[in-house]
Design a protein around this ligand. Structure first.
Ligand code: IMP
Length: 427
């Protein structure tokens, strides 16, 4: 069996958690490979309702091992708390592992994230303030502290001492705030290291052993393609790559092992945080979608910006990832609309653009060109077969398939596992 990557096709919050939770049943391993606890994967299953920030969504299946890969930045406090919450709900976490190479979010990362957002004022990126950007910046600046460092007290002390000297200089001289205490951070993080020691492993080896055995492995994407640090709406992006290509780098496997790349798309668009979103609806339709779908951030609780499906942005995402199939979520949210719209072009300076612009200022000014389809105005959340969906809903899905150039393999019509239509095999 192969590796399957599940990737957000929009701006995150596409419902990847539900899809991974559902597919994990047949898998042996679920791997997070990017982002950090900025993610909020909502999973509703017989064990309860959960919002996972770091733990992969495969955790609910007793036979499935879960890996937080080298490409993830880990806040130990958040991880340990999340594990405690899962255990309190009766979910076992004894098959959860963290890569020795994963970078650790330190107190100064949280502080820098907040200070920078405050400095930017109205131009703020609207980050989750989880320290994600500063932690990834330190990784590439070779100033990071990794999970393996926490387990080696002497090495950790030396590294912290050197890194904190530079961080405290910036905190005091640039931001004019009180410096952080090395002693306090050292003892707090040595404590985390002791509590995490049993989790920290050579996870690349675990993944390779499973590949050799022919196991089904799920790469669980976090955030969405349009938040990618290279291809997203820069600078309004996250600081790692949510794309399938990074599934290899963030887990430590070669591209040839990935046999299917599934793009997860909502039947409409949402975005949380700042940055351009051409199909955003600031009217009562957007409000209606937000209320029907309870579109509030799983990590920050912020109201999500809602709009029609953006065929231009989604096709761009499909190309970047090479999607072999798609999972379409929250179709039921559109059940009541008399008309549903799909953006098939952007009007800019009297021209119609059919590709996704790299320039954020251009994107901000783009006006969506819509195709209007008749709404199906019938409930779908009880339907489990594609053929039983209203004809107009099927037409809508077929049009989306044309735009993203790949078949829809899974349709989700409600939060529960059984509210799912399996249209075709993933591989
Ligand atoms: P950061 O990842 O916290 O640095 O935030 C950068 C941008 O990515 C902000 O607009 C966030 O709202 C957005 N973002 C980060 N993680 C997620 C996510 O899991 N879902 C949706 N948006 C996210």
């Amino acid at each position: 069996m192969p590796v399957i990557a599940l990737i957000g096709g929009q701006w995150g919050d596409e419902g990847k958690g539900k899809i991974v939770d559902m597919l994990a049943e047949q898998s042996q391993l679920t791997v997070r490979f990017s982002g950090g606890d900025n993610a909020g994967h909502t999973v509703i299953n017989p064990s309860g309702e959960f919002r996972l920030h770091l733990v992969p969504s495969g955790i609910f299946h007793p036979g499935v091992s879960c890996i937080i890969g080298n490409g993830v930045v880990v806040n130990p406090e958040v991880l340990l708390k999340e594990m405690e919450q899962l255990q309190a709900a009766g979910v076992k976490t004894d098959r959860l592992y963290v890569s020795e190479r994963a970078h650790i979010i330190m107190p100064y990362h949280l502080l820098f994230d907040a200070l920078e957002e405050e400095r930017l004022g109205v131009r703020a990126l609207g980050t989750t303030r989880r320290g994600i950007g500063p932690a990834f910046a330190d990784k590439v600046a070779r100033q990071g502290i990794r999970a393996c460092d926490l387990l080696d007290k002497q090495a950790f002390r030396n590294r912290l001492s050197s890194v904190l000297e530079s961080k405290n200089a910036i905190l005091t001289r640039v931001y004019g705030v009180t410096p952080l205490s090395e002693e306090a951070i050292y003892s707090q993080y040595v404590g985390y290291g002791e509590r995490m020691a049993h989790l920290v492993r050579d996870t690349e080896q675990i993944i390779h052993d499973e590949i050799r055995k022919g196991s089904l492995i799920l790469l669980e994407g976090a955030q969405g393609s349009l938040l990618d640090v290279d291809f997203g709406t820069y600078p309004y992006v996250t600081s790692s790559s949510p794309l399938a290509g990074n599934g290899c780098l963030g887990a430590g496997i070669g591209p040839r092992h990935i046999k299917a790349v599934i793009g997860v798309f909502k039947a409409y668009s949402t975005r949380v945080g700042s940055g351009p979103m051409p199909t955003e609806l600031k009217d009562e339709i957007g409000q209606n979608i937000r209320e029907r779908a309870q579109e509030f951030g799983a990590t920050t609780g912020r109201p999500r910006r809602c709009g029609w499906f953006d065929g231009i942005a989604s096709r761009f995402a499909a190309r970047l990832n090479g999607f072999t199939g798609a999972a379409l979520t929250r179709l039921d949210i559109l059940d009541t609309f008399p008309v549903v719209k799909i953006c098939v072009g952007y009007r800019f300076n009297g021209q119609t653009l059919t590709s996704f612009p790299s320039n954020g200022r251009v994107l901000e000014e783009c006006q969506p060109v819509y195709e209007e389809l008749e709404g199906w105005q019938a409930p779908t959340s009880h339907i489990t077969e594609f053929a039983r969906l209203p004809l107009r809903a099927r037409r809508y899905i077929r049009r989306l398939e044309e735009l993203i150039s790949c078949p829809v393999a899974i349709i989700s019509v409600g939060p529960r596992r059984e509210q799912t239509i399996k249209v075709r095999r993933l591989i």
